[in-house]
Design a protein around this ligand. Sequence first.
Ligand SMILES: [Zn+2]
Length: 276
Amino acid sequence: MKNYPAGLVLVFLILLSCTESNQHQKESILPKTEQIESFKIIDLSHDYSKETIYWVTAKQFELDTVYMGETEQGFYYSANNFSTAEHGGTHIDAPIHFAKGGQTVDEIPLEKLIGPAIKIDVSEKAIQDVDYLIGIEDFVNWEAQQQMTIPEGSIVLLQTGHSTYYPLKEKYLGTDQRGAEAIALLHFPGLSAEAASWLVEKRNINAIGIDTPSIDYGQSQDFKSHVILLSKNIPAFENLTHLDQLPNKDFEVIALPMKIKGGSGAPLRIVAMLKE
Ligand SMILES: [Zn+2]
């Protein structure tokens, strides 16, 4: 220490000890900074823009500039209005989307949206077959490889590899046409109804997600996997990305949708946290 007067040093030491004891009194429940830094955070969400992919019958994203630039008062100001359908881009399907009386997006318990997750990678098969249906076999194989059953309360993410085509509509949706007539032209992988039933009957998961426009495959006409999962209050995350950066297990997901009162779905910011 340099030539500070002894009194000043004493005051400094007293202040320092006060700060320390204050810290002990108010122990944060959050992980310490060093612990946060040892986690890697991966964004599983696409951004919202003119390119955002929507269901072929849904209203697309719009962003209108209210103001951008210097004001007469001398400060800079930027603000926009936006509008969007609930089901477009990276979004959540709330149970009520396909289940009468089911939870709306604001009613989904946060415990279902934050927690331990696993990834099931079927991309090798799905890249070869645009209409690939994820089956019970894919879950059974995962369990055999990982030597464990899908853990209770997991968030299950399905990697088909289809997000590599995003936002090229013709490749990602199977068509760049829009409107009711375009529904028959949709081609992308999804979860089979048998596998959805197996998941709700044999396992106990909190939520499910996929890197395609829908949990049911493009050629589905009855949206059975939606009905099966959402009827059991298992929300679905759609149009995910970056699943290739995740391990098969041992990571956490935080999936927080816009809290639209009474919403059947909503834009979703979803991230994964994994230990480095
Ligand atoms: Zn949806």
